[in-house]
Ligand binder design. Structure first.
Ligand code: SF4
Length: 669
């Protein structure tokens, strides 16, 4: 074990215990299982059966169904019987919050139950209580008393269990002692796991979900370390980012969190939780997982990391000096690759956030405007907007009239052998461990001493992200502090594949504090395909009606936002909905998004039910939570501001609350 995984440089799945869920085996190197959760009312047997079938047909290997009370838990029997009658033997999972009696019924019916240790025994009051060690021990005894019956039922019936911690719903006890930290999440699960082990019950899967991928990744890593230290073994892990939202943002957030862990061989089952119909989650799960099927055969060598030079459990940005607006304390920059866009005119820049108004002769610059464009061998024949700069090859840069607006990019040998350099900003590309090697230390030190150099790191090694991460360790060991731009090219085909690729390869590094900028591109064939298709095979399409460049630029900003390294737009935390949801969550999310998507940096939660919603809103600034049929309760942080507002006027009321709290600005006309 290296810190929290088998190896930081060689892909290998983390060894976990084998768990049986009906006929499905999970963990212990079995394939990574795909799963989702129904959104229908559990009392509507037919609707739940039919939705489950759509999920199974899409590829779900486990289907979770909410059981908020005894009656829904009992109805799981009818759902299960109907599915089996129709020939579907996929294991079912009962989702439990607050109701041990429902769990004890469900555990006798379905193949697996999920309990949330934050609310299985505890009722959350958001109280900060001082616990003495004796009080704390008494609480643990109380948990043991309430949880042990379920463990014994599961053991007797061969039922599996997920101990599923959520960052947003930690108990008051855990919050009082650990705060809402990754360590608090780990301890919350460990309390339950110790009780299960005491009963010699091991058919257990664990999860550590959060809507913030940074917190989620750290919690899983800490949990592995803790299990290994305490038990000398690990239980299988269910990976997910909660309340990820919908569309592009939901996919990016999920991929940044889940993909980061999968890269290190962590994860035995995945659920991508999107505010969309559950069957649409499965192709995204599959796209995430299929990237690893051949990884263990990778032969390209990356040198072992002897000593980890950064903290994988606590975010800290790598120290770098500033070159122009890159590095130091500056937010990561976005470089848009326009080198395949043909002849660039002012209108071309609209794709990357700059729109030219010929009447006023002014540029409008959006919050997601690229900071630099890379044009390769093209100089532009019009005046550039604002602070935008253009990156070109060295021989082209020499021809530029304004050498401040243009900057050269070259590989390391080209740069070191070329006396013609910019006095302020030079980009130097390094392909990390392509053939198992990197440039010699003498060359790297020459760059380190050059305060105009920004490094552009990429890797053509099959195991690309760990190669670049290994290079960062090398830079830290050699005390090289030039800022670094992460270059990621995608040769995938569909929109979701590209999104997942960028979010995993760059997201994993950004979450560890690496990277002062990003530049995403597509290889020639992928670019041509993306530019020509009107939709991809999943029916999703960010490319047509826009352009490849617009899609890639938007994705870059979404990844920076998901990794919390640069906030450029409104953040939505919306639950995927389930049988508890009391309104059309997809439609409502779209409606709220349409009127608030100009509120940069404001975090708005849209949650389906009052039972779990407030607890799971995590660090949202404002909340819109279903509290009854046609009723919405509005929150500022965790505090109720308006209770049971009629849903017809709830969005308007939300805007009023935003206004009263200084978070509202009028949208540009
Ligand atoms: S918050 Fe959403 S997903 Fe969670 S229990 Fe409530 S309705 Fe279901």
């Amino acid at each position: 074990m290296q810190a929290y995984c088998h190896s930081l440089t060689q892909y290998k799945r983390l060894k976990t215990r084998e768990v049986r869920i009906g006929d499905l085996l999970l963990g212990n190197n079995h394939p990574i299982r795909l799963q989702t959760m129904t959104t229908t009312d559990t009392m509507d047997t037919l609707a739940t059966v039919e939705q489950s079938i759509r999920c199974i047909e899409a590829g779900a290997e486990l289907v979770r169904i909410t059981a908020p009370s005894k009656k829904e838990a009992e109805n799981l029997l009818h759902i299960k019987n109907e599915l089996r009658k129709r020939g579907y033997n996929t294991p079912l999972v009962a989702d439990i919050h607050f109701t041990p009696n429902a769990a004890e019924i469900a555990a006798r019916i379905v193949e697996k139950v999920r309990v949330n240790p934050g609310n299985y025994v505890d009722k959350k009051k958001f109280e900060l209580i001082e616990y003495t060690d004796a009080d704390y021990a008494e609480e643990i005894e109380r948990i043991q008393e309430k949880f042990t019956p379920l463990v014994r039922i599961c053991k007797e019936h061969g039922t599996a269990m997920r101990i599923g911690t959520n960052h947003g719903s930690l108990s008051d006890r855990i919050m009082s002692r650990y705060g809402d930290t990754p360590m608090g999440m780990v301890e919350s699960a460990m309390e339950f796991l110790r009780i299960a082990r005491y009963e010699s019950y091991h058919n257990i899967v664990l999860s550590m979900k959060a809507s913030n991928p940074q917190v989620m990744v750290q919690a899983y890593r800490l949990l592995i370390q803790q299990m290994d230290a305490e038990f000398g073994e690990c239980y299988p892990l269910h990976l997910g980012v909660t309340e990820a939202g919908d569309g592009e943002d939901g996919r990016v957030k999920s991929a940044a969190g889940i993909g980061t862990l999968l890269e290190d061989g962590i994860g035995d089952t995945v659920r991508v939780s999107l505010t969309e119909d559950p069957e649409f989650e499965i192709p995204v799960c599959r796209d995430l997982v299929k990237r690893y099927t051949a990884k263990e055969r990778t032969t390209q060598h990356i040198p072992v990391i002897e000593k980890i030079t950064y903290n994988p459990f606590n975010y800290q940005r790598r120290e770098s000096f500033e070159v122009a607006n890159i590095g130091g304390k500056q937010v990561p920059v976005v470089i848009a690759d326009l080198s395949k866009a043909g002849k660039i005119a002012p209108a071309t820049l609209e794709r990357v956030g700059y729109s030219y108004d010929a009447v006023t002769d002014k540029w409008n610059i959006s919050d997601t405007a690229a900071d630099y464009i890379f044009t390769g061998d093209q100089l532009l024949d019009f005046a550039l907007p604002g602070t935008l700069k253009v990156i070109v090859y060295p021989q082209i840069w020499k021809q530029a009239k304004d050498q401040e607006k243009y900057c050269p990019i070259d590989d390391i040998n080209g740069y070191l052998n070329n006396p013609d350099r910019s006095k302020t900003l030079n980009f130097v590309m390094i392909d990390c461990y392509n053939d198992g090697t990197i440039p010699p230390a003498a060359q790297l030190q020459e760059l380190a001493a050059d305060k105009t150099v920004v490094l552009c790191l990429s890797s053509t090694n099959d195991h690309a992200m760990p190669s670049v991460r290994r290079m960062f360790v090398e830079l830290q060991e050699q005390k090289i502090q030039n800022p670094v731009v992460l270059i990621v090219d995608s040769n995938w085909q569909t929109t979701d594949e590209h999104l997942i690729h960028y979010a995993t390869e760059a997201g994993a590094l950004l979450l560890d504090g690496f990277g002062d900028g990003v530049c995403f591109g597509m290889t020639g064939k992928s670019y041509e395909q993306a530019a020509s298709v009107s939709s991809d095979t999943s029916g999703r399409n960010y490319v047509s009606n826009t352009s490849v460049e617009q899609f890639v630029n938007a994705t870059a900003f979404s990844i920076l936002q998901a990794t919390r390294t640069r906030i450029s737009k409104t953040e939505y935390i919306s639950c995927p909905s389930c049988g508890r949801t009391l309104f059309d969550l997809q439609e409502t999310t779209a409606k709220i998004r349409s009127v608030t998507n100009h509120l940069k940096g404001v975090k708005i939660a849209i949650m389906g039910c009052i039972v779990n919603g407030p607890g799971e809103m995590a660090d949202a600034d404002f909340g819109y939570v279903g509290s009854g049929v046609g009723k919405i309760t509005l929150y500022k942080g965790k505090e109720v501001v308006k209770r049971n507002v009629e849903s017809e006027v709830a969005v308007e009321e939300l805007i009023n609350i935003l206004r009263e709290n200084g978070a509202w600005v009028e949208p540009a006309s």
